[in-house]
Structure formats: structure tokens, C-alpha cells
Design a protein around this ligand. Sequence first.
Ligand SMILES: NC(=O)C1=CN([C@@H]2O[C@H](COP(=O)(O)OP(=O)(O)OC[C@H]3O[C@@H](n4cnc5c(N)ncnc54)[C@H](O)[C@@H]3O)[C@@H](O)[C@H]2O)[C@@H](O)CC1
Ligand SMILES: [K+]
Length: 494
Amino acid sequence: MKILDGKQVRQADAYTIAQEPISPLALMERAAHAFVHWYINQFVQTRPVAIFCGQGNNGGDGLAIARILSQRSYSIQVYLVAHTSNPSDDYRANLDRLQGHHRPILLSSEADIPELSDQVIIIDALLGSGLNRPADGLLAVTIDKINHCDNKKVAVDIASGLFMDRLNAPSDAIVKPDYTVSFQFPKLPFLLPHSAAYAGEWHVVDIGLAKDFIAHCDTPYELTDYESAERLKKPRAKYAHKGTFGHALIIAGSYGKVGAAVLAAKACLRAGVGLLTLHIPKCAYEIVQVSVPEAMASIDVKKKINTLLPELQGYTAVGIGPGLGQHTGTLQMLQQLLSLATCPLVIDADALNLLSENKELFGLIPRKSILTPHPKEFERLAGPGRSDLDRLHKGREFAQKHGVIICLKGAHTAVIDDCGRVYFNTTGNPGMATGGTGDVLTGVITALLAQGYSPVAAARLGVYAHGQAGDAAIKKTGMAGLTASDVAEHLRLD
Ligand SMILES: NC(=O)C1=CN([C@@H]2O[C@H](COP(=O)(O)OP(=O)(O)OC[C@H]3O[C@@H](n4cnc5c(N)ncnc54)[C@H](O)[C@@H]3O)[C@@H](O)[C@H]2O)[C@@H](O)CC1
Ligand SMILES: [K+]
């Protein structure tokens, strides 16, 4: 699913209106019905509804939603905030349509803002994607009051006060909803850590904007959702043998961090690789043979660290980094790998830290290698970002400059390809913020690369499947109890 900017959404809107054709008012009605369809599956009729409306089209949506909910026997009360001398036509039309069903209350000062009982659900339709400056005056006061009550809150399209395409200042008044029901597309701020709190749990509802227009819309931002992940998957052929699914090499582990190698290996196997060899220091030999009997071991000359690059011939992908340590001998091995590798690489954890400490090696990274930094590792690689958006821009620049794919890990891990396209992941949960899950991810992506997936597909599908495994695992373990081993065990690629 694509993520469009404000201008593109307005163009999609206008194109649909002209081409379908459909009147703007009928499109608003369709959006309101889509919202209500979601709403009635979520909240029972016995919960009263307070709908706060502005005077743009977002407010128009709110008025149409109020009418439709009232027709469905929900008890509603609309509160209007007058913030413009030029209310939108469709706002006016919906205000007219509401007459006879309901009498809205106009809020003229702070004193008019109601105290609501706990049972009331708040629908926020004050401002939508047309926000052109931070909310102030009575709008800001109303937003503040809404935020201070414990009632469940649902934002229509986007939380009032949240910019779609640019950063808000920390002091801006923005509704903090429990849910956002977004029309047709998610919005970029929903996916960025610092603004995600202003989206809550977000849902996208289809309002029938023209598919041909959307298909041709050029945007750097996209989601990896269920449909796109399914499209990326390659079926396993009936007459396949283990050679069909590649031979992965994972270079991992050091004294005290052998677990990282084991986790990466288990995940690699669960992600369907044909054969796996682990290159490990001597101290890891028994541990690996016992805990991952399916993997072959390539033993380093050193007892506690990896220093000697094995012969690379025959491997279809190499993953390096989990639990590796940052010794000089290991650095030389990494340098050799970067110079000699002819198959795609996954570079993670200490291998990334070694690169950050030795930036002159950047030029050696084979094109289309996959780098999997968490935000701190990314900062070490590419410098600090002033904001989430800035970090994303830095990631796009870095990926294009060095011809690599970056998995910038986080709640919505961003896979950034070497053309600067960003694919946000949609699976996973906060339980996965625990040691070892990164090692599991390296194993999964290495397995997919080894099986012949393109680097971008391997990164997107790997990140998606990794999050999906975490989501499946918490059904048994709960979030707090989730371990990286649980994630590895619950991986399912078909
Ligand atoms: N995406 C789509 O194709 C559709 C969008 N619809 C709705 O239309 C909305 C966008 O409508 P609009 O463009 O009218 O935008 P808004 O509803 O956000 O309102 C814009 C109006 O508010 C004023 N305004 C902006 N920022 C302000 C501020 N800080 N303080 C006071 N006034 C401010 C503007 O000058 C303008 O008059 C969407 O969010 C969505 O809810 C739906 O009706 C149907 C289809
Ligand atoms: K809103």
C-alpha cells in the first residue's frame, strides 16, 4: 500500500471526482460510511458519541458521520468549533443534512467545552489533512481538553493538529487518539516513532479513490502489508531438493556471545534455507553442534573470536555480525569479506559497528548488501538525525550513495532500497524490543537471500515475517515474556 503526501491525496481526490464521476459531497458520504462501518464493529450502540467538528471537509465528515450514526440509533452530540470565515461547501451541505436529526452545539469559549461522562466516545473531526498552521485559540484549547479526558478517542482521517507532511513543534496542540481511521492511505507521521502517539492504533478504510491514479502515483513511501508480503513470496517447488534453497554462511559469535550465533542460525533454518554453515570461534563448537544440529560448523583458528574468513565458494548468501565482537582480527576478516564476496551480504550488529569505526571501508561494501542497524547503530554509521524524518532522509541518502539496502529497525522497521524507496513494515509488537531479536532477523534475511530472493524482497519479506513471528509468539508468551528464541520458533515463511 502506497503512502501519498497531502498534495497527491488531493489530486487523487480530484481525479476520482472527475473520472468516476462522483460529486465531492457523495465522496464525503462514502468516506463517512466507511468510517461508520469501522466504528460500529468497534463500539456498541449504548456508548454515547461526542463528535467535535471543525468547518473544513474533516468537519464535514464528522457531520455526515453524526447523521449516519444517529440513523443507526447511536446517541450523538455534535460540538462545532468555528475557526474560519470560509467553511467548506461540503461542511455546509452536511450541516444542512443534519438538521432534523440533531441540533449541534456551537462552542464559543472554553467555558462551553463540555465535561463528558466516561462512557462517551469522542470522535475528532476538528481538522484533517488541510491543516496549514498549528492549531491555536479555541481549537487548541478544545484539543487540550479532549486530551485531558480519559474517554476513548477516534480521529477521523488524521488527528486534529497533526501535520501530514511536515514536523510538528513539540508545543503544538494535537489530539492524541486511541484510534485513527484514515481514508484510503496511511499517513507518514503514523509510521515515525515520535509522532506515532498521535495516530494510536490506526486503520485504513477504502473510500474508492481511483486505483489507476494511485497505481501511477510516484511516492518514495510504501507499506509492506499482508498483500505485498504475499506477493513477494515464492512458492516452494514440489521437486525441490536442499540445493534448491541455497547455502547460507553466517559468521557470528564470540566468547560470551555464542547465543547470538545460535539464534541467527535457528532463524535461518526456520526461514527455509537449504543448507547452513556457521563460522564460529573454537569455543562455540560444542554449543552450536548441540543446539543447532542442522547447521554445519566452520571453525575459526581462534578460540574466542572470528578472524579467518572461510573459503566463500558455494555460498549463495553471507550474513555477518551477530555477537561478533569488535577485535582487530575480526575487522580484518570483515574487510576481506567485503573485498572478496561475490554473493549478497547481510551486515548486522558488531559488523556495522566495525564499519562505523572504519568508515574508509564503506567503499568496499558490495552493492545491494543489506545493512540492518537499529537507530543507535544507524547514527554511528550515518550521523545523528535531528528528527525521525531527518533520520529517514539520511537513510535514503546513505542507501543511494553506497548502493545498499538499509533495514532501519524500529516499531515500523523501514526497509530503504538503493533508489531511496522506503517500505515500512506493518508487523511486530513492543515485546520484540528484547535482546537477540536482531540476530533472528539477520538469520531470516540471510536465508531468503540464499534462496535467491532479490535483496529488497529478502529485506522486506524478512522483516515482515520476523514481525509476524513475534505477533504469533505473544499469543503464548505475552509481550513481556517474549524472547528472541520464541520469535525464531514461530517463524513461518509459507
Ligand atoms: N482524502 C480524500 O480524498 C477525502 C478527504 N476527506 C476529508 O477532507 C479532509 C481534508 O479537508 P480540508 O482540506 O477541508 O481540510 P480540513 O478539514 O483540515 O480543514 C481545512 C480548513 O481549516 C483551515 N485551517 C487549517 N489549519 C487551521 C488551523 N490550524 N486553525 C484554524 N483553521 C485552520 C483551512 O484554512 C481550511 O479552511 C480530510 O482530512 C478528510 O477528512 C473526505 O471528506 C472525503 C475524501
Ligand atoms: K481529525
